[in-house]
Ligand binder design. Structure first.
Ligand code: F6P
Length: 341
């Protein structure tokens, strides 16, 4: 059996750990051959496929990014996309794919699987918004980075008695904002699932200043004010129809300053949250996902995604996992009410 491995969408710490464990188990236990597909679906459109073996995955476990490269290519947005994918797979005699991606890459995988391509999905994203799995790898690393940033911002905020806004990633879901905000002791946490009232945010900021405390506001990039439109820097769309986010943090600091007469600044964490060494938990989860994904290939169970359910790795149908994003439940957010303001 020859297996192709690809990583698509935004990169995320732990991708290399999956690639390593897929190849190690595939070669050592099942005697599979492997190829790496470069830059996600783009490699299958462009016939950009490279050899992949145990020597090629040595030493990559703790490395961030992906040795295979990644892109936000949607094969169905390219002329004869499906046919080109099939041709590349046939040219390299690839029998099955392990597709490591988030909502978009796995969404395309769902459709390719319907079209008869043998594949198994592995959920990745720092955003943790893939349905069907308790956690995606990459999320824990991102939360750790954002929490450390918030810890550091507390001391500078207090020294200058100013409000500091921290913008974190999270397009459709506020998982990073909520986890890092709670871990870092933020006073206001704004998430896409719950449009916010700017007046209430300013009241919460003011009440913190009144007790001689410098407020920290954590905002997910996809958070929106109740009364208005999402704040965007740039209106360009990617091949999956997503706009490039960022801008809400800057807008918030301006509004807070104007409405409370207090100094406010913004830190946008951006890609710092995605780069570099994965946490121990992400290496552990990514390694387990890889082992179970290649086992699913060996079993011939295609069209599924490996997922974390409590402490077990299970297989869920790809179609169900990609039907909608996993968002923060209102009741979970409400648990932390006592810390806000
Ligand atoms: O992959 C998820 C993510 O990190 C989102 O949180 C963010 O909106 C997006 O990627 C940024 O993508 P890009 O790196 O393509 O600008």
């Amino acid at each position: 059996m020859k297996v192709g491995v690809l990583t698509g969408g935004g990169d995320c710490p732990g991708l290399n750990a999956v690639i390593r464990s897929v190849v190690r188990k595939g070669v050592q236990e099942y005697s599979f051959d492997f190829v790496g597909v470069r830059d996600g679906w783009l490699g299958l459109l462009k016939n950009d496929v490279v050899p992949l073996d145990i020597a090629g995955v040595r030493g990559i476990l703790p490395r961030g990014g992906t040795i295979l490269g990644s892109s936000r290519t949607n094969p169905f947005k390219h002329e004869n996309g499906l046919q080109r994918v099939r041709e590349t797979l046939a040219a390299h005699e690839v029998d099955a794919l392990v597709v490591i991606g988030g909502e978009d890459t796995l969404g395309a995988a769902t459709e390719l699987s319907r079209q008869g391509i043998n594949l198994v999905g592995v959920p990745k994203t720092i955003d943790n918004d893939v349905t069907g799995t308790d956690y995606t790898f990459g999320f824990d690393t991102a939360v750790g980075i954002a929490t450390e940033a918030i810890d550091r911002l507390h001391t500078t905020a207090e020294s200058h008695m100013r409000a500091l806004v921290v913008e974190v990633m999270g397009r459709h879901s506020g998982w990073i904002a909520l986890h890092a905000g709670i871990a870092g002791g933020a006073n206001v946490i704004l998430i896409p699932e719950r449009p916010f009232d700017i007046e209430q945010v300013c009241e919460q900021v003011t009440s913190r200043f009144q007790i001689n405390y410098a407020p920290i506001v954590v905002v997910a990039e996809g958070a929106v004010p109740k009364e208005g439109q999402m704040i965007l820097k740039d209106q360009s769309l990617d091949e999956f129809g997503h706009v490039r986010l960022s801008g809400i943090g800057e807008w918030l600091a301006q509004e807070i300053s104007a409405r409370t007469q207090k100094d406010a600044r913004t830190t946008v964490l951006g890609h710092i949250q995605r780069g570099g060494t994965p946490s121990a938990f992400d290496r552990w989860l990514a390694t387990r996902f890889g082992l179970h994904a290649i086992e699913a290939v060996e079993d011939g169970e295609f069209g599924c995604m490996v997922a974390l359910e409590s402490t077990r790795i299970v297989r869920v149908p790809l179609a169900a996992a990609t039907a909608k994003n996993k968002v923060v439940e209102p009741s979970l957010y409400d648990e932390f009410e006592v810390f806000f303001g």
